[in-house]
Ligand binder design. Structure first.
Ligand SMILES: [Ca+2]
Ligand SMILES: [Ca+2]
Length: 181
């Protein structure tokens, strides 16, 4: 038991290193959260990609509900663009059901309401068949950061109003920071 767990950890570390060190045109990191919640919007995997022009965060879920009648699902992505300042500099919020609205805010802390970032061409794509949500933000929107890290939180309500939450890895935990590739 102990042995296989250790082997698993080593494999994850090796994947992270390989992803970061890969001679690709973009810097990227993949974080595995896994099937650790009974909610349908359970976060399974997250990939943060940082290119010369874009910052992308792609999240794979257990099961995204197109219809809010099945489950009401929502997502927050926190971006850390300045490691010298504690906490996130940006927060992106969206629903995950069809017809949702989304918004990017400049924030000073995790809980701050922040100020809306005027439309600078950021966009969200949701694929309900593949259970994927992909945020793409022009790097210029974020003031061309040297490195970006992301923290991801999914929230879900069932039709009785019971709320469940899943964070990528842990509450308010950022991915490794990714330099522009
Ligand atoms: Ca999860
Ligand atoms: Ca920060």
């Amino acid at each position: 038991m102990k042995r296989s767990k250790l082997a698993g950890l080593v494999a994850v570390t090796a994947t992270l290193v390989a992803t970061v060190a890969a001679p690709a045109s973009a810097g990227s990191v993949r974080v595995v959260d896994g099937d650790d919640s009974t909610m349908l919007a359970d976060i399974h995997r997250v990939r943060v990609t940082h290119t010369e022009k874009w910052v992308r965060v792609r999240i794979r879920f257990d099961d995204l509900a197109g219809s809010g009648l099945r489950r009401t699902q929502a997502l927050s992505i926190f971006l850390d663009t300045d490691a010298a300042r504690t906490g996130p500099e940006y927060r992106f919020q969206t629903g995950l059901n069809r017809g949702t609205d989304y918004r990017l805010h400049k924030v000073k802390s995790w809980g701050a309401p922040g100020r809306h970032v005027d439309d600078c061409g950021y966009r969200l794509k949701i694929d309900w068949t593949r259970d994927l949500a992909t945020l793409a933000v022009p790097r210029a929107c974020l003031k061309d950061p040297a490195k970006v890290a992301a923290a991801v939180k999914a929230v879900e309500w069932n039709n009785k109003g019971t709320k469940k939450v899943d964070w990528m890895t842990a509450r308010r935990a950022f991915s490794p920071a990714v330099a522009a590739g």
